[in-house]
Ligand binder design. Structure first.
Ligand code: PMT
Length: 394
């Protein structure tokens, strides 16, 4: 089990640490809490103790153990997160002051495993002394997660706010799960269903939510790839570590965005569900109900983005297509593999509502150039993404 120590100091936002502990506990981490003396006046240590089922450390001399507890805890902590880190604590650690349990504990830890989440009033955060101290901590391999901007407890509006609990948990799980497996790999990913407008109000699209593409982006970034995501949806949270996001609406915009970002890539995952056709007679004005009875929609073919890319010569990257099939699965998918000259095609069964389009789960089969197949079992899209990437990126 991974041992996480959460350091809680006396910033107003430290109440969020309770929720963070509870969420991390549910993810099966072993959590121990260290509180500064002042933080223990703001929140009862008992709350943390009951949430984590572990002793809460506050006082250097409240030691019922034979071993030196701050050193033992430093040795036993795989990761340390300080939520929130005050001006005072940052100043102490950056300048080698260790005068209570919290500061001696942090000083005894390898800096590489310690992450600070600073939170304070905007003027305090922007104070050059604090900024120097943060720089110093970074230089010594501590990790700093910047606060966000917003309304602060003191009534000011500006930078200094502790991120929301879910964002803190995302940061923490990212740090814990990060690997360097795909370091130096440049990956381009498309996600979501394209939208072809009929008039300013109506459009033709499909059921793609973007979840599969975002999952591929998330797992690529988690493993240190350089990720560019071209997305038709703004409703999904951009995964941590994704380097660039470009939002597009229709197939033509997606094609342009792909062409603008294809230089020097190593892999392209064309996960988006691109509309094969668009409206020929787009109406600048909203079509009135009375006109609808005689309305005929003229359609014209969209560019086949994948096919166009496959014609790039020389092609120094692997091209991966996704096939959404409702029947004759293998035959249809392998036809696309050949006709679009792909390195791999990922066959998606969209005949069931529990997998594929707009679902949290998927079940796919990977075909390589030689039509050898690898069956990936049904799972959450993030696990499916991991399985796909593990079989394609070497
Ligand atoms: O977004 P989700 O809700 O998570 O759902 C994920 C998914 C089921 C949409 C996804 O996993 C998937 O199967 N994506 C491919 C959808 C699709 O358009 O399949 P297709 O068989 O019509 O196209 C084959 C390939 O050609 C695809 O990679 C597609 O992006 C590409 N294509 C298609 C048409 C076109 N004009 N240009 C293209 O590049």
């Amino acid at each position: 089990m991974i041992n996480i120590t959460i350091g809680v100091t006396s910033g107003i936002a430290c109440y969020k640490a309770l929720d963070v502990c509870s969420k991390l506990k549910k993810l099966n981490f072993n959590i121990t809490v260290v509180m500064s003396e002042k933080a223990s006046k703001l929140i009862s240590p008992l709350l943390f103790q009951s949430l984590t089922q572990n002793k809460v450390y506050i006082d250097m001399f409240d030691n019922d153990e034979i071993k030196v507890s701050h050193i033992e805890l430093a040795k036993n902590s795989d990761f340390v997160f300080i939520i929130s880190a005050t001006y005072n604590l940052i100043g102490k650690i950056a300048n080698g002051i260790a005068d209570d349990f919290m500061s001696t504990f942090i000083s005894a830890c390898n800096p590489k495993k310690v992450t600070f989440f600073p939170a304070m009033n905007t003027n305090m955060y922007l104070n050059p002394i604090l900024q120097d101290n943060l720089e110093k901590l970074t230089k010594y391999n501590y990790t700093i997660i910047k606060p966000v901007s917003g309304l602060l407890a003191c009534g000011d509006n500006g930078i200094g706010k502790l991120p929301d609990v879910d964002d803190i948990v995302d940061e923490i799980t990212f740090i814990i799960n990060k690997t360097y497996k795909y370091e130096n790999k440049k990956i381009l990913i498309t996600a979501g269903g394209t939208i072809e407008n009929i008039d300013p109000v109506r459009y033709i699209s499909n059921k793609s939510s973007g979840k599969m593409g975002y999952s591929i982006a998330k797992i690529s970034a988690l493993n240190s790839a350089e990720v560019t995501l071209i997305s038709t949806t703004k409703t999904l949270k951009v995964p941590k570590g994704v380097n660039k996001v470009i939002y597009v609406n229709n197939a033509n915009e997606m094609y342009d965005a792909v062409m603008d970002n294809i230089q020097n890539i190593d892999y392209m995952f064309m996960v988006a569900a691109v509309s094969d056709f668009r409206i020929k007679n787009y109406s600048e004005n909203k079509i009135k109900k009375n006109d609808l009875k005689d309305l005929k929609l003229d359609l014209e073919l969209n560019v086949d983005i994948l096919k166009k890319i496959s014609e790039i010569k020389p092609r120094n990257f692997k091209l991966i297509g996704f096939a959404a099939e409702s029947h004759d699965f293998v035959e249809n998918a392998t036809k696309k593999l050949e006709s679009k000259n792909l390195d791999y095609i990922i066959l998606n069964d969209i005949s069931k509502s529990t997998i594929g389009f707009n679902s949290d789960n998927n079940k796919v089969v990977i075909f390589n150039k030689d039509k050898n197949m690898i069956d990936i079992k049904e799972n959450n899209k993030e696990i499916v993404a991991k399985d796909i990437l593990d079989n394609i990126i070497f």
